[in-house]
Design a binder for this molecule. Structure first.
Ligand SMILES: [Zn+2]
Length: 247
C-alpha cells in the first residue's frame, strides 16, 4: 500500500513541477509524459515481481533456524514427474510444499493424496492457471480459489492455508479476492527457470550458487529437468549441512 501511495504522489508532484516549469517557459509540456511513463514502468514492475509487495503481502524468504531452506514445486500434480520428485525427497529425507492446480488435482487425485500422506504441504495455485488469470475479475479469482480449496479438502481432508499466484503475478483484483481468505501467500527468492532453461547443468549452477539459509526455491513438477536438478540440490544440501523446512 505504501509503495502505491509513494508512486502516486511522486507522479502527481512531478507533473505539477513540470507544468509550472513549462508555463514559465523553461521546458516543453511534452516532459509531462516522463513521470507518467516512469510511473507505468514501476506499476508493471509491481505486477510482475512477486516480491514487490505492491498489491499483495508475499513471503519470499524466511528467517531460518540454522541451515534451513524451503523447496517449493509449482504446476502439478503430474503423473510422471511428481512421483520422481517424491522419491528423491524420500531418499534424502526432505520435505517440500507443492502448489497444485485445481483441475490437475481433479485429474490425478491419487497423486495429491500421496503427497499429503508423505507429510509434504499442499498449497493452492488456482483452479485453471489460465493465461488470462491475471485479467480475471476479483469475483472470478475468488471462485477459482474457493474451488481449489474445496478440491484439496475433499482429497486430503485438510484445509490449505497457502496460495501462490500463477506466474507470480499480483494485481488489485487478486489482492481483492485474497481479502476473502486468510492465506499466507508464498513467493520465492530463487527462481530456477526450469520451465525455460532445458540444461540441467545450467539450472544446477544457477540454483546452487544462490542457496543460503532462508532461501525459498521454485521448481516445477512439469519441468523435465526438475528431478535431476532437485537431486543436485539435495546432494548439495547434504554436503553443506542444510535441511528443509515447511512454511
Ligand atoms: Zn504456475
Amino acid at each position: 500500500m505504501k509503495i502505491k501511495l509513494i508512486l502516486a504522489l511522486s507522479v502527481f508532484f512531478s507533473l505539477l513541477v513540470i507544468q509550472t516549469l513549462s508555463k514559465a517557459g523553461y521546458c516543453s509540456e511534452w516532459w509531462m509524459l516522463l513521470p507518467i511513463v516512469l510511473g507505468l514502468i514501476v506499476l508493471v514492475w509491481g505486477v510482475v515481481n512477486i516480491n514487490s509487495q505492491m498489491f499483495v503481502k508475499t513471503e519470499c524468504h524466511f528467517t531460518p533456524e540454522g541451515n534451513e531452506i524451503m523447496l517449493t514445486f509449482d504446476d502439478g500434480p503430474d503423473p510422471v514427474q511428481t512421483p520422481k520428485l517424491l522419491d528423491l525427497l524420500d531418499t534424502y529425507e526432505a520435505k517440500g510444499i507443492f502448489f497444485f492446480i485445481g483441475k490437475k488435482m481433479e485429474a490425478h487425485p491419487e497423486m495429491v493424496k500421496i503427497v499429503s500422506e508423505k507429510g509434504h504441504e499442499i498449497g493452492s495455485h488456482s483452479y485453471s492457471h489460465g493465461y488470462g488469470f491475471d485479467f480475471l475479475s476479483a469475483e472470478k479469482v475468488k471462485n477459482e480459489l474457493l474451488q481449489t480449496e474445496k478440491i484439496i479438502k475433499r482429497i486430503t481432508g485438510k484445509k490449505t492455508t497457502f496460495f501462490r499466484p500463477p506466474y507470480g503475478i499480483t494485481n488489485p483484483n487478486i489482492a481483492k479476492a485474497l481479502q476473502f481468505f486468510s492465506y499466507r501467500v508464498l513467493g520465492w527468492n530463487i527462481r530456477s527457470f526450469d520451465t525455460v532453461i532445458q540444461s540441467p547443468e545450467k539450472l544446477e549452477k544457477r540454483v546452487l550458487k544462490r542457496i543460503k539459509p532462508g532461501s525459498i526455491i521454485l521448481l516445477h513438477d512439469t519441468a523435465s529437468a526438475a528431478p535431476e536438478v532437485l537431486e543436485k540440490i539435495l546432494i548439495f544440501m547434504k554436503e553443506k549441512g542444510f535441511s528443509t523446512r515447511l512454511p
